[in-house]
Ligand binder design. Structure first.
Ligand code: CA
Length: 228
């Protein structure tokens, strides 16, 4: 058994059973409940690394719940919801969710997303990471240096800032608004076309096949995710 505790807040008993079994087969310790009130009680009573949260719950809306718990608990939040509209995903991610999976989902995809979230949990006492290695790419934030197969890759200051903003949260879905604010500042949060251009520059410079990106993944209508 791993030392990871996952809390599942979901009012549909069948989905709960399915998700719980899949997570326990991976060796995780799972707590479950069907209301936000019980969920909050678990957050206060137990040390939880990952919350898997349905949005439509009998005693309230999951998005307000995310906003509330974000101020108190340092854990990853994966939303599992039947709401598939892009606006809902963006609301949940902007409220502080780390990832979003739409029902119906496959347990294979759920487990992959759970693994991605658990990989990015901070290791206790470890310094913030400054060195990243993915595919042929190495990034050394301390030296401000990006290489591909050992050759220096020249990035413009904007491209480098965008790469850093994405490296700050690998595996997390980052909304357009979040990235625009991080790279260009508050005045540019509506300028989605800037992002499209600069993400495509990074793909040209860092992906083997920029048309089929492996690392700089588009979350359609929502934003981007760095899959490393
Ligand atoms: Ca529900």
């Amino acid at each position: 058994m791993s030392d990871t505790t996952i809390l599942l807040v979901e009012d549909e008993v069948q989905i709960r059973r399915l998700v719980r079994t899949a997570l326990e087969d991976e060796g995780h310790h799972v707590l479950e409940c069907g209301t936000l009130k019980e969920g909050m009680a678990h957050l206060h009573a137990d040390t939880i690394q990952l919350l898997i949260l349905d949005l439509g719950l009998p005693d309230g809306d999951g998005i307000a719940f995310i906003r509330e718990l974000r101020t108190q608990f340092p854990l990853s939040v994966l939303v599992l919801s039947a709401r598939s509209a892009e606006g809902e995903k963006i609301r949940a991610l902007d409220a502080g969710a780390d990832d979003y999976l739409t029902k119906p989902f496959s347990t294979g995809e759920l487990l992959a997303r759970v693994r991605a979230q658990l990989r990015r949990l901070p290791q206790e006492g470890a310094p913030a990471e400054t060195h990243f290695h993915f595919g042929d790419i190495e990034v050394d934030l301390a030296q401000r240096n990006v290489t591909r197969n050992g050759e220096l890759v020249r990035l413009t200051p904007i491209e480098y800032r965008l790469l850093c903003a994405m490296l700050a949260a690998p595996g997390k879905v980052l909304t357009y608004r979040h990235l625009l604010r991080a790279v260009w500042g508050n005045a540019f949060v509506e300028s989605n076309h800037y992002l499209r251009i600069y993400v495509s520059h990074l793909r040209q410079k860092l992906e083997d096949d920029p048309a089929q990106p492996r690392f700089f993944v588009t979350e359609t209508g929502v934003g981007y995710r760095l899959d490393i």
